[in-house]
Write a protein that binds this ligand. Structure first.
Ligand code: EPU
Length: 348
């Protein structure tokens, strides 16, 4: 079923909770609905406004007061079992289901693979586009394939995980001709019937304690860790990590170490992870050492316990104000440490 709402407040459409209105929000259930939307003449105005697929808006920043396009939101939350063997179960999950609800059901059924992603806001569809990750696990680790509707060619498409070219917060859907053209309708995931606890990230193992094969204990530990560090969704406006952790070449890394040392900071305290392309750095650490932790400008602020998170302090910040704070941080981190931070959040 297609349902169209006009002039909808943006506050409930993104977790940053900035103000203004969206011209149209289109709620849909199936690929057939999307076909009707893009082919039938009665929807020509909506099509002309421009279609933008969104989930729960947990990775979006509306930078103008009003959004003039049409936001496409999947209202379908089905979970269907496709098959099962001795080791695993395959499910097709509708794009509109909240990721945390999927995780909750998996944990209650003792199905392993997504428990480390507990409490990440957003839908299953958005998770497959963004390849969300936390505590050493990425959503791609369970994705078998993704069903989409191609807005341009008005047809269904299926991509298997390999074709999706998954990377750090990245997939085919975020690039060139596929961006905003492929609307995810459902995601096929494979979950393990056998325990596969992954507890090597930070102090996760310590937080879980004994009984490491208890999936609900792992979920509880992740929830506790996130609650201690991150603002509560729906209470304080934020979009999770605002920037990606930068990946730099080995040569560039040497230059960064010099900048850090020149500022009187012990470079051995800088978190560094070896990756294929060189070194992955901690954006939180760089922002912290540049002196931004807890800083506020107007109604926009840097979260004190995780400076990678920018917040709408009192619910009164505009998107432009948050973007302004982000660009000040980028400029300063570049000046001080010669590192370019790239927003993880998408500006609309
Ligand atoms: N740190 C500081 N100062 C602080 C806080 C952290 O220097 O005030 C440094 C610490 O050295 C810490 C390091 O930052 O060890 C990393 O912090 P954290 O473990 O919170 O991880 P992160 O790299 O900052 C990433 C994801 C988060 C995810 C966590 C846990 C990105 C952009 N962010 O953050 O994802 O929850 O790891 O796995 O990759 C999100 O994407 O929205 C998100 C919240």
């Amino acid at each position: 079923m297609i349902e169209i709402k006009e002039n909808v407040s943006l506050t409930g459409l993104s977790t940053m909770m900035t103000g203004g209105n969206a011209r149209y929000v289109v709620y849909w259930d199936t690929a057939e609905d999307l076909k009707i939307l893009v082919t039938e003449p009665q929807y020509v105005d909506i099509l002309a406004a421009g279609l933008k697929p969104v989930g729960e808006g947990s990775n979006l920043l509306f930078i103008t007061d009003d959004y003039r396009g049409a936001l496409l939101k999947c209202a379908c939350e089905n979970v269907c079992k496709i098959s099962e063997d001795e080791e695993s179960v395959l499910f097709e999950v509708s794009a509109g289901l909240s990721l945390d609800e999927l995780i909750n059901r998996c944990c209650n059924s003792n199905l392993w693979g997504v428990e480390n992603l507990s409490l990440i806001p957003g839908t299953v569809g958005a998770a497959a586009v963004q390849n969300v990750g936390a505590y050493g696990v990425e959503f791609k680790d369970v994705v078998v394939g993704v069903n989409c509707f191609d807005i341009e060619d008005a047809c269904r498409r299926y991509f298997d995980a390999e074709e999706l070219n998954y990377g750090y917060r990245d997939s085919l859907f975020k690039h060139e001709s596929y961006k905003d053209r492929m609307v995810v309708t459902s995601v096929v995931v494979r979950l393990s019937k056998y325990p596969i606890p992954r507890l090597t990230y930070g102090n996760l193992a310590e937080t879980v304690g004994t009984d490491k094969d208890n999936i609900c204990k792992i979920r509880d530990a992740v929830v506790r860790l996130r609650n201690n560090k991150l603002p509560e969704v729906g209470i304080v406006g934020s979009a999770g990590s605002f920037f990606k952790n930068p990946i730099v070449s080995d040569k560039h890394f040497e230059e960064i170490v010099n900048c850090v040392t020149d500022r009187g900071i012990d470079a051995s305290t800088m978190p560094v992870y070896d990756v294929l392309e060189g070194k992955k750095l901690s954006a939180a650490w760089l922002i912290d050492k540049a002196g931004w932790k807890g800083v506020t400008i107007g109604h926009a602020g840097v979260w004190p316990s995780q400076p990678l998170v920018l917040v709408n302090i009192d619910g009164q910040a505009s998107g432009a104000e948050i973007a302004g704070l982000a660009s000040e941080i980028c400029r300063d981190v570049k000046d001080k440490f010669s590192v370019t931070l790239e927003p993880e959040v998408e500006y609309l």
